[in-house]
Design a binder for this molecule. Structure first.
Ligand SMILES: Nc1ncnc2c1ncn2[C@@H]1O[C@H](COP(=O)(O)OP(=O)(O)OP(=O)(O)O)[C@@H](O)[C@H]1O
Length: 489
């Protein structure tokens, strides 16, 4: 419309402009190319996933696939025959080599069974109910269930956490997760950023005592002295050289077995003069008096004798350290001097419960010197403690390896192993009374604690040890005719 020479639109268009998807505007050739690339990508990803599933779960995938192929090609009877032969072969395998059968066949079956019947069906609801999944606008972020591995006594379940989640969130929910997946307990381990491994424990592999190995048979490595077995079936190795060892447990928890396992393994080195054992037993020799010949020096009290011995060793530590300074950083065999292992059976009796204040302070100073400076000159302090009170725990940081046998309370576990170790699964207060010698071990520099059981050193074994150290009797050579009979008699 023209009003006074100016154009006015009589009915302006108010409808929404039609929107055309962007890809309509892309040229046809480019669309074909993109579709081809997407197809190749989908085939590659699908192929890789299929291979991964077959590698991870071969029984559940390959056995049905081969059975179906066999049936299709040859009919039912050959299939039945093949299955019967397979069962016979498995039985033979089980009979000949049980360990490898369990590892490579039976536990694989259990893995796939438990994954299919426990973890996959319950995963989504447990994650939601445990508040480990998060909903953000229209999208749900849920931790991904990755590889499952069953080892009979435990299931190892790998998990990929959602963004912004920390392992603490899982550690706080350990009990709930264990109950949800029908396990006795659950432990959380960090494998790498964003990836955790949950251990769902179903049984205790350490219920049976571990017998001591033959005396003197083991090749001794002072950095890895075997004193028992870990729950994964590997040897429990304690680092002695360059380390200080604290062993804590309530009465009857099996401190003696850790100590005697150590002495048992060191025995050949002690007899060869490579290692020197020194002992303080404030309980009047109840513990160390069981094999006194193993020790170069022994004191059966927590009084002046014990304190003087501690001070003497502290002085030796300083003297050796000053000689080694600038020459070597760690004791080695070629120094010609023995590695000295000082065993204090009830450390608290010496440094905390000693009634004489002056003696107590002198003992604490000497222990501090030995533990803090003894590493390089080859002095190892093995402290055994029944009651981890704060006086003793004040020394905790001086011990690089800490062993918590059965304890009464969760706070004691924190006192011995350090903060956060119990949350990672080291429940020493839950160790059963009928499994003495079972312990949680934490070494400095190693994030995860280990669960292990010391060798069971019986009274008979101690008798063998006493015989091993008993000084050889020198008998006079019979020179008179009747001498031979006298000696024989
Ligand atoms: N590793 C082990 N395997 C099996 N049994 C063990 C083991 N260690 C200890 N025992 C048994 O547990 C009991 C107590 O062990 P032990 O005397 O070593 O405990 P402890 O902690 O040293 O006690 P205390 O503080 O009273 O000396 C003993 O009967 C012992 O035979």
């Amino acid at each position: 419309m023209n009003s006074g020479g100016k154009w006015v639109d009589p009915a302006p268009f108010e409808g929404a402009r039609p929107r055309v998807p962007w890809w309509v505007l892309v040229p046809g050739k480019a669309k074909w190319l993109a579709a081809l690339v997407a197809l190749v990508w989908a085939v590659v990803i699908g192929g890789v996933r299929l291979v991964l599933v077959v590698v991870r779960y071969p029984v559940a995938t390959l056995v049905p696939a081969s059975a179906a192929w066999c049936w299709w090609h040859f009919g039912l009877s050959p299939l039945v025959l093949a299955l019967l032969s397979l069962v016979a072969a498995l039985l033979l395998w089980f009979g000949y080599d049980r360990a490898s059968f369990l590892r490579w066949c039976w536990f694989r079956l259990v893995t796939e069974w438990r994954r299919a019947t426990v973890y996959v069906p319950r995963w989504r609801s447990v994650m939601r109910l445990a508040d480990l999944a998060k909903r953000e606008r229209w999208r749900e972020y849920r931790p991904r269930l990755r590889r499952v591995r069953s080892e009979g006594w435990r299931d190892r379940v790998r998990v990929r956490m959602i963004p912004a989640q920390s392992p603490d969130a899982w550690e706080l929910r350990r009990d709930g997760l264990a109950h949800s997946f029908g396990a006795r307990s659950c432990r959380v381990r960090v494998l790498r950023p964003r990836v955790l491994e949950l251990d769902f424990v179903h049984a205790d592999p350490l219920v049976r005592p571990v017998p001591v190995p033959a005396l003197g048979s083991a090749e001794l490595d002072l950095k890895r002295v075997v004193v028992g077995r870990t729950e994964t079936g590997k040897p429990w190795r304690l680092r002695l050289l360059g380390s200080q060892l604290l062993v804590v447990g309530v009465p009857g928890a099996g401190k003696g077995s850790v100590l005697w396992s150590l002495v048992w393994q060191l025995a050949p080195a002690v007899r060869a003069g490579l290692v020197r054992l020194i002992g303080i037993d404030p309980k009047g020799g109840m513990e160390l008096g069981q094999c006194p010949d193993a020790f170069d020096r022994l004191v059966f009290s927590n009084g002046a004798d014990a304190v003087e011995l501690l001070e003497e060793i502290a002085a030796e530590v300083k003297e050796r350290a000053s000689r080694y300074r600038g020459i070597r950083r760690l004791w080695a065999r070629d120094t010609g001097e023995p590695l000295t292992v000082l065993v204090v059976d009830e450390l608290a009796d010496v440094i905390a419960y000693q009634p004489d204040r002056q003696l107590r302070e002198r003992a604490a100073r000497a222990v501090q010197t030995i533990a803090s400076q003894g590493r390089a000159p080859g002095y190892v302090l093995v402290g055994l403690v029944q009651d981890p009170r704060k006086e003793v725990v004040g020394f905790r940081h001086l011990f690089t390896t800490r062993v918590a046998l059965r304890l009464d309370e969760p706070q004691q576990v924190d006192m011995v192993l350090g903060d956060g170790v119990r949350q990672r699964g080291a429940a020493a207060h839950e160790i059963a009374e009928d499994t003495p010698g079972v312990a949680w071990v934490k070494q400095d520099g190693q994030r995860e604690p280990d669960r292990a059981r010391a060798f069971h050193v019986t009274d008979n074994d101690l008798a063998v040890l006493r015989d091993y150290f008993r000084p050889a009797e020198v008998r006079p050579f019979p020179t008179t005719p009747g001498g031979a009979e006298e000696v024989a008699a």
